[in-house]
Design a protein around this ligand. Structure first.
Ligand code: IMP
Ligand code: MG
Length: 178
């Protein structure tokens, strides 16, 4: 895989969008018991930027799930590799995802938080690839809608590479349209 990268979303646009999302969350969750749960690893940079712009008290937790192998192919087998550690009961949980593709991962995590007794559960996603959706899902707070291409950077990886890039790129996949 030769990995040609096309700049899709420059860091300045990301910054503005994260501010917008943080503003909406701050407004909607004022006076509530906000627990922000990042889905690792992809959400780590987005999550760090987002919580620093939210202007109300909150707690931070993470969950690590795995649904993908080493490549970019989706699989419906989702596993919790590391669960949340804080009590969820009666809290208003905001799940933070890097990207919603088929929708299975986000759906799984939302249900998981509900099963743990959350008072409310909502989803905040940096990016959405609606053309690939296989299961319906409501994204309460959405950063960007992206085309049906594999995107990397700002936390998003291909085979654990490119997460550290400050901008978001589309990666040229050899078998993209195969
Ligand atoms: P879903 O379960 O198919 O919605 O997949 C969601 C997960 O797959 C995300 O949390 C990402 O980690 C990963 N993923 C899906 N599309 C991309 C992409 O374009 N770039 C990087 N990761 C992706
Ligand atoms: Mg990933």
């Amino acid at each position: 895989m030769n990995g040609h990268l096309d700049l899709l979303i420059p860091r300045h646009d990301i910054e503005q969008t994260v501010s917008r999302l943080a503003g909406q969350v701050s407004e909607d969750y004022r006076g509530r018991q906000l627990l922000v749960v990042g889905v690792l690893k992809g959400a780590f940079i987005f999550m760090a930027d987002l919580v620093r712009q939210i202007e109300i008290p909150l707690e931070v937790d993470f969950v690590t799930v795995s649904s993908y192998g080493s490549g970019s192919e989706s699989s419906r087998r989702i596993r919790v590799l590391q669960d949340m550690t804080l009590p969820v009961k009666d809290k208003d949980v905001l799940i933070v995802e890097d990207i919603v593709d088929s929708g299975y991962t986000a759906n799984y995590v939302l249900h998981h938080a509900r099963d743990m007794g959350a008072h409310s559960v909502a989803l905040c996603a940096l990016a959405d690839k609606p053309s690939r959706r296989e299961t319906p899902i409501e994204i309460a707070y959405l950063g960007f809608t992206v085309p049906d291409r594999f995107v990397v950077g700002y936390g998003l990886d291909f085979d654990n590479k490119f997460r550290y890039l400050p901008d978001i790129y589309a990666i040229e996949m050899p078998d993209e349209h195969a």
